[in-house]
Design a protein around this ligand. Structure first.
Ligand code: SF4
Ligand code: SF4
Length: 131
């Protein structure tokens, strides 16, 4: 049976089974305005999370800042263009069934209110680029 399922943050269009992983340390380092933190009043432990729900987990701040970084958490929501992510392949087979047929899965998003504005340079010479 062909494998075709795709959700936000995961692609199952071939047998490589890829997942997008967000690196919360990258969110912290870039000072993303959507990264929030809160403290547990009982233990004093600080946690961080993403207001945009690009990842749903809340993570201990100490783990994020530790040497070597925390590692990635699975992307569960629609990302913004600046979100730091990498793609992890679950299976590294060879042959047609493992060949990528969804190269755009590796790109950042270019849609939505914060999407990258791309335009065709040929439109400039024709004077049709709007502002
Ligand atoms: S919006 Fe993106 S960069 Fe910002 S906290 Fe969420 S995942 Fe990180
Ligand atoms: S290799 Fe390409 S087609 Fe296959 S699961 Fe990964 S992103 Fe999808």
């Amino acid at each position: 049976m062909p494998v075709t399922r795709e959700k936000v943050g995961e692609c199952r269009q071939c047998r490589s089974f890829c997942d997008k992983m967000v690196e919360p340390r990258g969110c912290l380092e870039m000072g993303c305005r959507f990264l929030y933190s809160f403290g547990d009043a009982l233990t004093g432990t600080q946690y961080v999370g993403c207001m945009q729900q690009v990842f749903r987990a809340t993570i201990e701040l100490g783990a994020v800042t530790q040497a070597g970084g925390f590692g990635g958490v699975k992307m569960t929501g629609r990302s913004l263009p600046h979100c730091p992510f990498r793609v992890e392949r679950a299976y590294d087979g060879s042959g047609e069934r493992y060949d990528c047929v969804n190269r755009r899965f590796f790109d950042c998003v270019d849609e939505g209110p914060e999407g990258l504005r791309a335009f065709d340079l040929r439109d400039i010479s024709s004077g049709s680029v709007g502002v």
